[in-house]
Ligand binder design. Structure first.
Ligand code: ADP
Ligand code: ASP
Ligand code: MG
Length: 413
């Protein structure tokens, strides 16, 4: 008998029919004797619908009320799934984040989990129940409802798995595992049997939304084995392995990630003096805006250009900051561009293989894609390009690194 945490994403609980199918799967598994905690997302499209309703009322709705609103999506699916299990004679109970309790900080819409009380969970499991928990939500010290950021139900699941010391955390979604790149963009993408935790972390942080970034962080920190599986068909899925046992045989590149959510800002003609980067990025950081790629050109006659990227959501705030600081920075002008995207190649095998950058740059040049900025780490290379070339670039890199499936029949996402 094992204790397993399972998470079902939006598409997997997207209709009554699908909720019933999930209930069948859980009922069967529960009958085998395992203890199950099941985390659910809102029905697909529901979180967007709720955010849309709020935006009809206000451009900047009160963060507390927005969390009160969007957290309802998960509560609908958890109750429906509990009813569906009860109909099958399975004892089940649904719990909100506050009932568990999943304690978070107070940053509405991007709260972080601080602690999970497992007392109630263990009590319900010992009573033989399947415990269904609303994903994406928690409660702060004042008892206020918080949410964990878009895609955050993955993080709820892995954090719960850590709290109860589960044998495995299974993330059921609409693809049958982690692929070499988004199978919706590249037909020939291949499912990976396993991917190292480090690679998955890099893939998620570079924009592969198959797993929420913080869920991967939790998995690594607490050594929780995570498996990504399809809720529609049986298969081995992809294991996120915490140990890099067969590094020797690791392919150079595990996968290609991309992110459209980027915008670029350039300060033109700033003085090429010590401290200039700090003067530009200091106020950006104080406004809690995360900076991603940074580029400072070689100075010319004491002046230089300074470019950095931020998330598109933060662009207008970043622009306002540059506008107020432009004169004191001694810059001639500033520019912004939101039609950019970032493509990254990721792989622990890069550590022992030279020439990855050359292969990447050649592949992009062959399809005529210009790189605007480049950033590297030990296991990834990212480039900023024009957004309209994104899919072209991802496909070119996928084949340049030999990731394309040999046969079209090889994939079945
Ligand atoms: P859920 O609602 O189950 O959380 P998501 O939409 O958040 O599902 O994540 C699954 C989606 O992630 C897939 O449908 C796929 O389009 C996308 N995706 C992006 N990159 C990858 C990748 N490397 N492997 C698999 N899926 C990916
Ligand atoms: N329902 C939330 C969202 O759409 C959380 C999740 O699905 O993980 O972002
Ligand atoms: Mg998701």
């Amino acid at each position: 008998m094992a204790l397993i945490v399972q998470k079902f994403g939006g598409t997997s609980v997207g209709s009554i029919e699908r909720i019933e199918a999930v209930a069948d799967r859980i009922a069967k598994h529960h009958a085998s004797g395992d203890q199950l905690i099941v985390v659910v997302s809102a029905m697909s499209g529901e979180t967007n619908r709720l955010i849309g309703l709020a935006s009809e009322i206000s451009d900047e709705p009160c963060p507390r009320e927005l969390d009160m609103l969007v957290s309802t999506g998960e509560q609908v699916s958890m109750a429906l799934l509990a009813m569906s299990l009860q109909k099958r004679g399975v004892d089940a109970i649904s719990l909100k984040g506050s009932q568990v309790a999943i304690k978070t900080d107070s940053f509405h819409s991007k709260a972080r989990i601080k602690d999970i009380d497992s007392t109630r969970l263990h009590a319900e499991l010992s009573a033989g129940k399947v415990v269904i928990v609303a994903g994406f939500q928690g409660v702060d010290d004042q008892g206020e409802t918080t949410t964990l950021g878009r895609g955050g139900s993955d993080t709820s699941a892995v954090a719960l798995a850590a709290a109860v010391n589960a044998a495995e955390c299974q993330i059921y979604t609409d693809v049958d595992g982690v692929y070499t790149t988004d199978p919706r963009v590249v037909d020939g993408a291949k499912r990976l049997d396993s991917i190292t935790f480090e690679e998955m972390l890099e893939m998620a942080s570079m924009g592969s939304k198959v797993l929420h970034l913080r869920s991967v962080e939790f998995a690594g920190k607490y050594g929780i084995p995570v498996r990504v599986l399809s809720s529609f068909k049986d298969g081995p899925g992809t294991l996120i392995s915490v140990d890099e046992d067969n590094l020797m045989e690791a392919p150079t590149i595990a996968g290609i990630a991309f992110n459209r959510d980027e915008a670029k800002l350039t300060m033109v003609g700033v003085p090429d003096t010590p401290g200039i980067a700090y003067q530009i990025l200091g106020p950006i950081g104080e406004a809690n805006i995360e900076v991603d790629v940074i580029l400072q050109n070689v100075g010319d006659e004491g002046k230089t250009d300074f470019t950095f990227t931020v998330s598109r959501n933060d662009l207008s705030r970043a622009e306002a900051i540059l506008e107020t600081h432009i004169s004191e920075l001694g810059a001639m002008e500033w520019r912004s561009d939101s039609k950019i995207a970032k493509v990254s190649v990721v792989g622990v095998g890069m550590r022992s293989h030279a020439g990855v950058a050359a292969t990447m740059f050649r592949a992009l040049s062959e399809v005529g894609v210009n790189m605007q900025m480049i950033s590297t780490s030990e296991i990834k290379i990212s480039v900023i390009i024009e957004e309209k070339f994104l899919e072209l670039a991802v496909r070119a890199l996928h084949s340049a690194f030999g990731l394309d499936a040999d046969e079209a029949g090889d994939t079945d996402a």
